[in-house]
Each structure stands twice: as structure tokens, then as C-alpha cells.
Design a protein around this ligand. Structure first.
Ligand code: A3P
Length: 345
């Protein structure tokens, strides 16, 4: 009898406990997503008519769920028509710089409910073969989105490819251009590390960074080495400025995006005339990865792939000093043109 009563009591306690834990989890989920449940502010400027912007975020989140399905390729033509989904040309492009943090920037901006990313690098403007396929081909590469949303793509090769500024200008002369930069020497070493990994995978031999970055005949910085050339930001930017005024560019600090992403993202939201929607809740530091990762909601979060955040090889300090000295005047010019100063050595 006593045993039966004890079993009954245990059962009751179990049910009560489960209810308490369930309620707690529900509350955590609600609080966690509170900032994403505010009504969506109107998006100023060119990104869409007000009436469409006034969709409540709750409805938008529901739609984002659907969008996710569409992106996975599960949408029928009927669904696309019913939900007014369209494939829009990008209103903003992350044009570079390679290894600056372009993937992190795109993924983090995609946390914004009014932003839809093109997942793949499309290489439309820098690849002659793709470019010859025409603008409709490019548009069809874009993800489905709602008319009030903006599409963003990133192809870091755009920044350094001669023909690209004119081609983008021909598509949309008022497009917004994002450039994410890192301290030039670190960026060059990151660039080298990526190529090195590819060579190692194919069992190919490769030179040390020092040998590539410094010309053995002159002992000067080797400006023919692509990783060095890409880090001369001002040279590339000057080509772009022949087509676009500086106001159409926004420079993102890639070093700060690693350590303190939110303020950098808030500056981008402002530049894109988007209401501030990305919050601290959406970003959490993952000690194992050593980087910030993304939180979409209580169940869905993700870190960038392991190919982002590689360990760089040790580089001779005299080579680093030489490179930093070399980049210094170009950096000064870059600060002057962009109006954004970095503490690069
Ligand atoms: P490293 O691999 O040198 O560390 P890109 O996407 O343009 O190729 O840039 C890659 C760089 O993004 C990485 O360079 C890494 O430092 C940086 N990065 C910035 N934020 C990151 C994040 N949250 N997770 C992983 N990498 C990030």
C-alpha cells in the first residue's frame, strides 16, 4: 500500500516537474525571440514602398520559414505565385575583399528579416563566360524573396577585377557597395594560407610566404604576388571611384567584425537604410570555434565553416615589418579617401 502511494507521488512529481520545465523553456524561447517579434519598422529610402514594409515581424517570420523551404527547393510554382515571391537583382553587393570576412558579413546581415542572401558566390561580373549569359541569368541565380526585402550577394573577386565596376554600374548605377577590409598584412597571410591549404590537399609543393612576398633579387616587397596586390586597397578602390561616388561605398572593419561584430553590423544596417534588427541575441561567442556564431532563434544557430578562421603559419617578423612599412602609405591614402581610419601599423 505504502509502496503504491509512493509510486503515485513519484508519478505526480514527474508530471509537475515536466510541466515546470516545459513552461520554463517556453518562457526562455519567448524572451529570447522578443526583439524579433517587434513590428518591422518602415524601411526608408529606395528599398520598398511603405505599405509593404509595415508587415508585422511575426508574419514575416512565418514567411521566412516558408522562404527557407523555397530555398531548399521545396516550393511549387503555385506557392511562389501565392506568396508573391520574386527573384530580385541585388540592391547591395559585398564586392570584397577576399579574406576580409566577406562570408561572415553576408551571413550576419542575413540575420536581418529584410535581407535575403545569395548563398553562393555568383561571379557574374568578374567571369566573362557568366557575364555573357546576360542579366536575366544573374537574376535567376538570386534567391526568392518578398518585394520589400533586399537581396545581397558577395563575390570578393569583384573588388580586384578590372571590368567589374563598369559592368555593375551598367546594371544599377545607384547600387550600394560593401567592402570589408582587414589589416593588409594579416589579410595577405590569410590569403596565402587559403591557397596553401588547397595545394596541400592536392599534394602539391608550395613556397613559403616569405619567399613569395619578398622578391629574392631586390629584397623588396614583391608587388607581382597577388596576395600582396590585393591588399593595396586604395589602388583598387580608385578604379571603382571612376564609376561610383564614395557615398555609395561602406567600409566594414573586418578585424572588428571578428571581435565585436554588432557595432559593425549596426553601421551596415544604417548604410542600407534598414531598421536596426540585428541584436546581441543573434550573436554569441563560441569559445571552441574562437569566433562569434549566429543565433536565428532558440533552436537554430550556426557557426561558419571550419575553412573560416584557419590557423596562419608563422611568418618571419622582418618580413611582416617590411610588408607593414610597404602598405603604410597606401593605407593612409585609403583612410583619406574613405574617411574611415584604422589602427593598422
Ligand atoms: P582567417 O581564416 O584568416 O582567420 P572570407 O569569408 O572573406 O574568406 O574571410 C575569412 C575570414 O573571416 C577568416 O579569416 C576569419 O578570420 C574571418 N571571420 C570574421 N568573422 C568570423 C566568424 N564569425 N567566424 C569565422 N571567421 C570569421
Amino acid at each position: 500500500m505504502l509502496f503504491k502511494q509512493q509510486a503515485l507521488l513519484r508519478q505526480k512529481l514527474f508530471v509537475l516537474g515536466s510541466l515546470a520545465i516545459g513552461s520554463l523553456l517556453y518562457l526562455v524561447a519567448r524572451v529570447g525571440s522578443l526583439d524579433r517579434l517587434q513590428p518591422l519598422c518602415p524601411i526608408d529610402g529606395q528599398f520598398g514602398p511603405r505599405s509593404q514594409d509595415e508587415i508585422a515581424l511575426r508574419a514575416l517570420q512565418f514567411k521566412r520559414g516558408l522562404l527557407h523551404e523555397f530555398r531548399k527547393g521545396n516550393a511549387t510554382k503555385e506557392q511562389i505565385r501565392l506568396h508573391n515571391l520574386v527573384q530580385q537583382l541585388p540592391k547591395a553587393i559585398i564586392i570584397g575583399v577576399r579574406k576580409g570576412g566577406t562570408r561572415a558579413l553576408l551571413e550576419m546581415l542575413n540575420l536581418h528579416p529584410a535581407v535575403v542572401k545569395a548563398s553562393q558566390e555568383i561571379h557574374f561580373f568578374d567571369n566573362d563566360e557568366n557575364y555573357a549569359k546576360g542579366i536575366e541569368w544573374y537574376r535567376k541565380k538570386m534567391p526568392f524573396s518578398y518585394p520589400h526585402q533586399i537581396t545581397i550577394e558577395k563575390s570578393p573577386a569583384y573588388f580586384i577585377t578590372e571590368e567589374v565596376p563598369e559592368r555593375i554600374y551598367k546594371m544599377n548605377s545607384s547600387i550600394k557597395l560593401l567592402i570589408i577590409v582587414r589589416e593588409p598584412t594579416t589579410r595577405a597571410i590569410s590569403d596565402y594560407t587559403q591557397v596553401l591549404e588547397g595545394k596541400e590537399r592536392k599534394n602539391k609543393t608550395y613556397y613559403k610566404f616569405e619567399k613569395l612576398a619578398i622578391d629574392p633579387n631586390t629584397c623588396e616587397v614583391n608587388t607581382k604576388y597577388k596576395a600582396v596586390r590585393t591588399s593595396i586597397y586604395t589602388k583598387h578602390l580608385e578604379r571603382w571611384l571612376k564609376y561610383f561616388p564614395i557615398e555609395q561605398f561602406h567600409i566594414v572593419d573586418g578585424d572588428r567584425l571578428i571581435t565585436e561584430p554588432l557595432p559593425e553590423l549596426q553601421l551596415v544596417e544604417k548604410f542600407l537604410n534598414l531598421p536596426p534588427r540585428i541584436s546581441q541575441y543573434n550573436l554569441y561567442f563560441n569559445a571552441t570555434r574562437g569566433f562569434y556564431c549566429l543565433r536565428f532563434n532558440i533552436v537554430f544557430n550556426k557557426c561558419l565553416a571550419g575553412s573560416k578562421g584557419r590557423i596562419h603559419p608563422e611568418v618571419d617578423t622582418s618580413v611582416i615589418t617590411k610588408l607593414r612599412k610597404f602598405f603604410h602609405p597606401f593605407n593612409q591614402k585609403f583612410y583619406q579617401i574613405t574617411g574611415r581610419t584604422f589602427n593598422w601599423p
